[in-house]
Design a protein around this ligand. Structure first.
Ligand code: WQD
Length: 338
């Protein structure tokens, strides 16, 4: 009766595995370490006292992944595995199509072959494209993605919708994440991007720990509270809880359901910077720079559906995330590398 977590040693995957193990789920991880390190497994053990079964497998490899389905009694899948850099997807669109869509197709083929009915998919707010209003509801227009990464998430949502039409017994939860930030309170696991961070919070913590001279604030002429970009920053531990709510929801055999996972509140870049400074009692150097191509002014979630239909709402706030991100980074200045 195992939950198969693809990409389970990644940032969101590892936080979700911790919550699953702490709630006595039987967890199997498959990961190819393209965006993570084996050390994550040791940290999961340190936090939970448990060692999930692990297979180093690339999810696009049908033959290898099939062996896991033959060996394990999989009842549910949480599919995190995928490349997630917006900038890299613009430079290498075919890699993102082959990897993100390819792995999802392999998984659906094996689900069908092994009669696995339940899957939770890690989607993204980028499927809404350039929003013409906020907050965004699940019923709002999707498409017009501004980058190949977001387009792959949208294409996989359509793959799942087609699969659901053909497999009436399938129960599928599509979770559209807004902006995950923060880290587990232990400081043992956290966000450890390869190379120069694309995302705001890991860049902030690398400035704070002295790895970067200052933060580049991409634009202060947006139509927002202070001119800087506004996003919906959800604590990664809240996000992990959202996956447990989704697994429970699938037990009700709902068919295909779609939920935004966010706080329902927008926070600007400078508001986040000042919250980080206050929470950690430090000054964070930053420079105002030109806008980053593809960025939108504002993007935050309407969150009532996740609460009404699966009882999910966030409990942690921006200050918690700033404190937890800093605890992770200050205890692990080089991430999972020693
Ligand atoms: C947030 C804000 C930037 C970095 C992307 C993906 C989304 C999800 C989260 C994967 C914006 C500003 C950023 C920096 C800055 N990814 N910023 N200086 O672009 O909202 O969303 O990451 O699941 O799918 O689209 O997140 O953190 O890159 O940017 O000023 O060094 O911070 O302009 O306003 P984004 P982000």
């Amino acid at each position: 009766m195992a939950v198969l977590v693809t990409g389970g040693t990644g940032y969101i995957g590892s936080h979700t595995v911790v919550e699953l193990l702490n709630n006595n789920y039987d967890v199997v991880i498959v990961d190819n370490y393209v965006n993570s390190k084996p050390e994550v497994l040791n940290r999961i053990f340190k936090i939970t006292g448990k060692k999930p079964r692990f297979y180093e497998v690339d999810c696009t490899d049908y033959a290898k992944l099939k062996k896991v389905f033959q060996k394990e009694k999989i009842t549910d899948i949480i599919h995190f595995a995928g490349l997630k850099s917006v900038a890299e997807s613009v430079a290498k669109p075919q890699l993102y199509i082959d990897n993100n869509i390819g792995s999802s197709k392999v998984l659906l083929r094996l689900m069908d072959e092994f009669n696995v009915t339940n899957i939770v998919f890690s989607s993204s707010a980028t499927v809404y494209g350039v929003p013409d209003h906020v907050p965004l509801k699940e019923s709002d227009k999707i498409g017009g993605c501004t980058n190949p990464y977001g387009q792959t998430k949208l294409d996989i949502e359509y793959l799942l919708k087609d699969y659901a039409k053909e497999h009436k017994e399938a129960n599928i939860a599509i979770l559209r994440y807004f902006n995950p930030i923060g880290a587990h309170e232990s400081g043992l696991i956290g966000e450890d991007p390869n190379g120069i961070p694309n995302n705001l919070m890991p860049y902030i913590t690398q400035v704070a720990v002295g790895k970067r001279p200052h933060l580049n604030v991409y634009g202060d002429d947006y139509k927002t509270v202070d001119g800087t970009g506004v996003r919906d920053y959800i604590h990664v531990v809240d996000l992990a809880h959202g996956h447990l709510c989704a697994l429970k929801k699938l037990e009700e055999k709902p068919g295909l359901v779609i939920y935004n996972l966010g706080t329902g509140k927008g926070t600007s870049v400078l508001e986040l910077v000042h919250a980080f400074e206050k929470a950690n009692n430090m000054k964070l150097p930053y420079v105002i720079c030109p806008r980053r191509p593809g960025d939108v002014d504002e993007n935050y979630a309407e969150v009532s559906k996740a609460y009404k239909e699966m009882g999910f709402k966030t409990k942690l706030n921006i200050e918690d995330a700033c404190r937890d991100s800093w605890r992770w980074q200050s205890k692990n200045p080089n991430g999972y590398d020693k």
